[in-house]
Write a new protein. Structure first.
Length: 247
């Protein structure tokens, strides 16, 4: 099914398709999720970039439509600076049971999930567990903020932390604002799950009682989910033998 068969208008969560706005996200879509790609809509200005010419070539090789349609781009909600938009069907991933996981407990903001997916890809993490209710990883805002790295990450949603534990029995390391051990004092044992609370409430006391909690020392006026995830992934990655991201 190509882009001729879908409703090409501003994204809504109930759609069975979504959009990758921008050159890098669209290129990552075609390279990493070619089976989900449905086609590309481009501005008449798009041929000014060698990368967009590469996108056109990839569409040709994959048998996908590459449509010049400035009005169509505007209809999708693509900003004026955006010259291409990849259209893709939504897909469902399953986590690798042998890999290390990042787990987000009810994250609220698409931009945070996208930035975290990009950070994960940078440190060689490929599996993201998300506890509902949560923002949507395949939302165009999330894809854009990840610069397309969301396509490199397997993401699976779970209705509760308990449901996740029934499937993936492993050591969990909850990251808390205060009251935990510093990362350098922790012996991280793989396969593991690094658990982060949402942007507002953080983690519940019950989640922290069951596991060895971790805290990242920082100034009192700094509190960033993205920074915490980045530091945690660095700490685990540098202690993982053979991790190509740290060589």
């Amino acid at each position: 099914m190509g882009i001729m068969n879908v409703s090409l208008r501003k994204y809504r969560r109930e759609f069975l398709h979504s959009y990758a706005f921008g050159i890098s996200p669209t290129l990552e879509l075609l390279r990493r999720r070619p089976g989900a790609a449905m086609g590309v809509i481009a501005s008449a200005r798009s041929d000014r970039s060698e990368t967009t010419r590469e996108i056109r070539r990839l569409c040709h090789d994959l048998g996908l439509e590459f449509r010049i349609d400035d009005v169509g781009l505007e209809r999708l909600g693509c900003k004026e600076s955006c010259v291409v938009a990849g259209v893709f069907r939504k897909y469902v991933d399953l986590l690798d049971p042998t890999a290390n996981h990042v787990m987000l407990d009810r994250p609220q903001y698409h931009g945070n999930i996208g930035t975290i997916a990009r950070t994960m890809a940078g440190f060689g993490f490929t599996d993201l567990a998300v506890i509902r209710p949560a923002a949507e990883v395949l939302d165009p805002e999330c894809i854009r903020s990840s610069m397309g790295a969301a396509f490199a990450v397997r993401c699976q949603y779970f209705d509760s932390f308990g449901v996740y534990q029934q499937i993936h029995r492993r050591t969990v390391y909850p990251f808390v604002v205060e009251g935990g051990e510093a990362p350098e004092a922790i012996t991280f044992r793989s396969p593991l799950s690094l658990l982060f609370g949402n942007e507002g409430a953080g983690l519940s006391k019950s989640q922290c009682r069951s596991w060895q909690c971790v805290s990242i020392p920082h100034a009192a006026d700094i509190d960033s989910l993205n920074v915490a995830v980045g530091i945690a992934l660095y700490e685990v990655s540098r202690r993982t033998p053979g991790n190509p991201c740290m060589m």
